[in-house]
Design a protein around this ligand. Structure first.
Ligand code: SAH
Length: 465
């Protein structure tokens, strides 16, 4: 983050605006909406500013700027058409640690005005750190269209009844669930359509009904996909936003984790060589324990929970303990990596089937049914195959696949750092040795790999072709 967005309480605070043209007038309007005590300093002023001064809404000093004009100011804005004066104002303000904004000169600013969506008391501020104001305005337009006009009324109602809710529903999780019902259900709709009394009555009815109910916990077993957060399902995203607590794996990318509700508790349960692994039994116990405590538990797994994800074992355990759960599929690594590498897994000219296979090595071998795997007209996708890669390539050749059968290793599929290394069963093991390969990686074997020559589309640096 280049800057930290904060909301500034300026009620009654002295704000100095140097300059009194049209641009100054626009900023001034925002300051007045925040109830600031505005003082404008400029030898000449535009009509709008003169009128505000006449109406007694601002103080206008019709003279040139002087250094001591800034003393006691909470915020300073320089909006003159003289760059030298703007620069001076900026220097003076910074010397006394007063936040300063200089119009159209990001380098001279310590604070920047965002694009604002105002549904007071709900406010959304959008900033691009001065890089793309037009983009900020476009986003603002989109948000304006998305957010109901009555959102502010709803927040105002919530603010007024907040204490009452706290007294009536002392449990934190229960209270969160109550507020979610208020903000997502018919009470919100009533407020949006201006029926505030009916809304408040419904609110009180719901409050009485919720006061003595103990929340039942639940587990959401969610597939987080291979890494690109845009590949999350809508349902995954919704549940990620609702969870009180999240248990996540090593395969969950930072970008996906970032979409989980900010104030949820996060527990890493991944396994990494050299560290104490959290056992599967441990994870199963934790899920039950948290759900029994009334929490909405997000079990977030890479890819799809039912494909080499041990999701089945986890929900078996939950089912045996009477815990409610739901399962959300995710884009599995085979689909994600193949799409982002430009390798259509079952292009009909080359493959009539695809096999998802674990390539996990046990000791020195990978124990698989090689005769079934080493057949023509099919695509093989090996998960967890990095350590056993040479062994797998050798075995496939021994059981009848040609040494020239194309093969690709996809590293960090769908993520910005994705790399794809291609070769064939004979050359691929040596090729990957020249690269510093890191998990996660996926091995794809089959004629379809050659299609990548024309179909690759995702930005990749560091791939071999
Ligand atoms: N449930 C997961 C798979 C878990 S097994 C899924 O459906 O995708 C872990 C293996 O998945 C890794 O060893 C790797 O082979 C593969 N994998 C997962 N994410 C990947 C990614 N972004 N890029 C490449 N391989 C990935």
């Amino acid at each position: 983050m280049d800057t930290l967005p904060l909301f500034h309480n300026l009620r009654g605070a002295r704000c100095v605006v140097v300059g009194a043209g049209e641009v100054a007038a626009r900023k001034l309007d925002l300051l007045l909406r925040a109830d600031a005590a505005v003082e404008v300093i400029a030898p000449q002023s535009c009509a709008a500013i003169s009128q505000l001064a006449e109406a007694g809404r601002i103080t206008l000093l019709a003279r040139a700027y002087q250094r001591d004009d800034l003393s006691g100011a909470s915020l300073v804005i320089a909006a003159t058409d003289d760059p030298a004066v703007n620069k001076q104002v900026s220097e003076h303000a910074r010397a006394q640690f007063t936040p300063v904004n200089v119009v159209d000169s990001p380098d001279l600013c310590t604070v920047i005005f965002p694009s604002i969506v105002d549904r007071s008391p709900v406010q959304i501020a959008i900033g691009t750190n001065g890089t793309a104001p037009v983009l900020a305005r476009m986003l603002r337009t989109q948000l304006e269209a998305l957010l109901p006009g009555g959102l502010g009324n709803l927040a105002e109602l919530a603010g007024r009844l907040r204490k009452k809710v706290k007294v009536n529903i002392p449990g934190e999780s229960e209270r969160k669930a109550f507020w979610e019902k208020v903000f997502q259900g018919p009470i919100a709709e009533l407020m949006y359509s201006g029926r505030s009394q009916t809304a408040e009555d419904s609110f009180n009815t719901l409050l009485t009904a919720s006061a003595n109910t103990k929340l039942k916990g639940e587990v959401y077993l969610v597939g987080g996909g291979p890494g690109d957060p845009d590949l999350l399902t809508l349902r995954a995203l919704r549940l990620m936003q609702q969870a009180d607590i999240v248990l996540y794996d090593r395969l969950i990318s930072d970008a996906v984790l970032d979409r989980v509700r900010r104030d949820s508790e996060r527990i890493y349960v991944g396994k990494k060589a050299g560290e104490h692994p959290v056992t599967q039994a441990n994870i199963n116990e934790k899920l039950v324990e948290f759900a029994r405590a009334g929490k909405r538990v997000l079990r977030l797994k890479g890819g799809d929970p039912f494909i080499f994800g041990r999701g089945g074992e986890e929900i078996e355990h939950l089912s045996a303990h009477g815990i409610t759960f739901q399962v959300v599929p995710g884009v599995t690594a085979a689909s994600g990596c193949a799409s982002y590498a430009g390798i259509p897994l079952t292009h009909r000219d080359y493959a009539q089937s695809v096999i998802f296979q674990t390539g996990h090595r046990k000791g020195d071998t990978v124990d698989l049914d090689w005769d079934i795997l080493a057949k023509p007209n099919q695509t093989l996708v090996f998960y967890m195959a990095l350590n056993g890669l040479k062994y797998i390539c050798d075995k496939l050749q021994k059981h009848g696949l040609s040494a020239e059968m194309p093969a690709a290793l996809v590293e960090n599929g769908t993520r910005p750092e994705q790399r794809v290394l291609t070769g064939d069963l004979q050359t691929l093991p040596a090729i990957i040795e020249q690269y510093d390969i890191k998990a996660p990686t996926l091995l794809i074997v089959g004629e379809v790999v050659t299609l990548r020559n024309t179909l690759s589309w995702f930005g990749e640096e560091g791939s071999n072709g």
